[in-house]
Design a protein around this ligand. Structure first.
Ligand code: 6LW
Length: 512
């Protein structure tokens, strides 16, 4: 059967997976976006439905002033004795911690911290023992491991360096598996950019010595012109039919030289075991946008509707905040059928928590539109933004300049800021539309005349990861900057993907 990659498009990196019977659960990094660590459910590994977030409460998420690429990243999900565990690292405070639950779609526990230096933690349950494995630098860069008490997180042994990788830079994202009497330690190497890869080693003991696979790297697209690049940081799962699969991150770059703005996405590939007992991912380490593989029986979920009228009693799961959600004042009740977003004096270009509610851009060829009612005072500004981070974003909004309402398009590219204003805009109700193509965004508005006016365009690559840096991808968001705390009312967000097959056509050809 055929399936398409990525299985979870848009900024959903560092996937980790576990199986419980015939159900699969997957988590991703979320960095400084909140709620933290999205969790997905699937019956067939191909179709995924988000069922919640592991980190929803202040006690689990502490970052007020983080850069967007700070926060929590590189989670691992495991299921043991009827309980789910998700382990990750808060880069801004506290370091490694895990949370647990009996219901992955419900609330997770308060954090239990583990005192081992570094990043990218993993848990491995084996014969009554729990191993805590992560990337560290103490005695050189490599994979460190200790045993912990799973109730308290306390270390039961010293942290030991167990593998330094196969020779690539940054051995990281470790996961341990036991198969046929061997402990297999799988890692990412080469850095999360274009040299990325997965490598593996095995040993008869969880602490090593580890012997590297002669087939390493078991997954890489380095130095290739494949449409998917930077493949690595993955996790393995054995299905109920005995087949093995890998989920891992990759990117879909645009143009030449390569640039990508949708972030690192989640991909799937079958795993074959060699005669000498080593796993290989995809076709000898290579993975396509369209895969022909013997998949599990297909169980698709109902498609989410493209229109959010804010008619429900809670925000839909796709909406995220930046940093501390407690500092964003919003309501679906204040005016029925509208999202009320109170203005904040934190600008999108500042650290701290701006009044921003956003959703990931998941496809190259798409558009988002909304209706805004806003009565700005001088310098207030509310509208729609394409947001990579505080230094890289494009915002179209309704604002007041010298006593007159105007539509503004602000393009922030590093330390360069460019603002274009429309002619004076009569009224306080306006619709905004952002149209996205692989290489450009177009920004339009429409008032009482019901005619779309194009205010400007901008390049996708100027806010790509190759320019902006960091680990995240682009969001579309509603925002409201107002020192007067003026409320903005949003309605009818339409987020449409134009044509996924056209996307495949465009991106299946390697370099555009
Ligand atoms: C993560 C590292 C990586 O810690 O990127 O892709 C970092 N791999 O393992 C952030 O996601």
């Amino acid at each position: 059967m055929k399936y398409n990659n990525p299985i979870i498009p848009g900024f959903y990196p560092d996937p980790s997976i576990c199986r419980v019977g015939e159900d699969y659960y997957l988590v991703n990094s979320s960095f400084a976006y909140t709620p933290g660590i999205p969790i997905w459910h699937s019956k067939d590994l191909v179709h995924w439905k988000q069922i919640g977030y592991c980190l929803t409460r202040e006690a689990q998420l502490q970052f007020d002033e983080s850069v967007v690429s700070g926060g929590v990243w590189a989670p691992t999900i495991r299921h043991h004795d009827g309980r789910f565990y998700m382990v990750t690292t808060n880069q801004d405070s506290g370091g490694h911690f895990y949370v647990w639950t009996d219901d992955p779609a419900g609330e997770w526990s308060d954090p239990i911290y583990v005192d081992q230096e570094g990043i990218d933690p993993s848990l491995f349950f084996d014969d009554g023992k729990v191993y805590f494995t992560s990337t560290g630098t103490k005695q050189g860069m490599g994979i460190y491991q200790c045993e912990i008490d799973i109730e308290t997180g306390l270390k039961l042994s010293d942290s030991r360096l167990i593998w330094t990788g196969s020779g690539g830079k940054f051995p990281e994202g470790p996961h341990l598996y036991k198969v046929n009497g061997y402990y297999y330690l799988m890692c990412a190497e080469g850095g999360t950019e274009y040299g990325h890869m997965e490598t593996i080693a095995r040993s008869k003991s969880p602490y090593g010595p580890y012997e590297a696979s002669p087939h390493n790297p078991i997954l890489t697209h380095r130095s290739s012109d494949y449409p998917i690049q930077a493949t690595g940081h993955g996790d393995l799962v054995e299905t109920q039919d005995g087949s093995w699969w890998a989920v891992f991150l990759g990117i879909r770059p645009v143009g030449y030289p390569y640039r990508h703005h949708l972030g690192r996405e989640t991909f799937l590939a079958p795993v074959q075991w060699t005669d000498d007992g080593w796993p290989m991912i995809g076709d000898n380490g290579v993975v396509g946008l369209e895969m022909e593989a013997g998949t599990l029986p297909s169980v698709p979920w109902e498609e989410e509707t493209a229109i959010d009228n804010f008619d429900e009693s809670a925000l839909r799961m796709n909406w995220n905040f930046i940093r501390n959600p407690k500092k964003v004042e919003w309501s679906l009740q204040e005016r029925a059928g509208w999202l009320a977003l109170r203005g904040s004096d934190v600008r999108l270009s500042e650290k701290g928590t701006p009044a921003f509610i956003g959703t990931r851009q998941q496809h190259f060829d798409c558009e988002i539109s909304t209706k805004l009612e806003f009565n700005p005072l001088e310098d207030d500004e509310a509208g729609l933004v394409v947001f990579m981070d505080q230094k890289y974003h494009y915002a179209i909004g309704l604002t007041q300049v010298e006593g007159r309402n105007v539509i503004s398009l602000r393009r922030q590219v590093g330390s360069i800021s460019d603002i274009k204003h429309s002619a004076p805009f009569e009224g306080t109700v306006v619709e905004f539309r952002i149209q996205a193509l692989p290489e450009k965004y177009s920004f339009s508005y429409r008032g009482a005349d019901q005619v779309w006016h194009l205010l400007g365009e901008s390049e996708t690559h100027l806010i790509s990861t190759e320019v902006a840096g960091g680990f995240t991808g682009v969001f579309f968001g509603m925002y409201n900057f107002s020192t007067h705390r003026t409320t903005a009312y949003f309605d009818r967000i339409v987020l449409q993907t134009r044509d996924f097959s056209r996307e495949l056509e465009n991106f299946g050809q390697g370099v555009l």
